[in-house]
Design a protein around this ligand. Structure first.
Ligand SMILES: [Fe+2]
Ligand SMILES: [Fe+2]
Length: 160
């Protein structure tokens, strides 16, 4: 769906392809997904190991919500209408299942945002590419946190 604002803002010239608008909405869907996914993982903590990372789930969840807002603002400016539908939310039961779900979600984000940067640059939309570069830095930080947390699961010394 096109709202027409972007074309007005750009002096009547349509600069953004439907393909790029669709990518931004896919990005919003996954930001909404992980906002809820991480926040509910924060809420449903159980046990000492989970308690240790519970606050980080919350802080990353808030960052994801801000990403959703930033992408939605950009989409609206470009003439699209932000989706309200999250991608499939997979909270997980025990902590390590949660963290596996989160690693998967962050890998998906990193791959998707690299694609969006390429598509945006291909259309000469340096601002959208810049916004996604900034978000990508944070997604890699999230990925780093989740894979580092998972390292705690491995025994430090191999049992013979
Ligand atoms: Fe994000
Ligand atoms: Fe993330």
């Amino acid at each position: 769906m096109i709202n027409g604002r972007g074309r007005k803002a750009m002096g009547g010239i349509e600069l953004t392809s439907q393909k790029l608008l669709d990518w931004l909405n896919k990005a919003i869907s996954r930001e909404l997904q992980v906002t809820v996914q991480y926040m509910w993982q924060h809420v449903q903590w159980a046990g000492v190991e989970h308690y240790a990372v519970s606050d980080e789930f919350k802080s990353i969840g808030i960052q994801e919500m801000k990403h959703a807002e930033k992408i939605a603002e950009r989409l609206w400016y470009l003439g699209g209408v932000p989706t309200t539908k999250p991608a499939t939310i997979t909270v997980g039961g025990e902590l390590w299942a949660m963290i596996d779900n989160d690693i998967k979600a962050e890998v998906e984000a990193i791959e998707m945002y690299k694609t969006i940067i390429k598509v945006a640059e291909g259309e000469g939309d340096t601002t959208t590419a810049f916004i996604f570069r900034e978000i990508l830095v944070e997604e890699e930080e999230h990925h780093d946190f989740f894979i580092s947390a998972k390292e705690g699961k491995k025994p430090l010394v191999k049992k013979k």
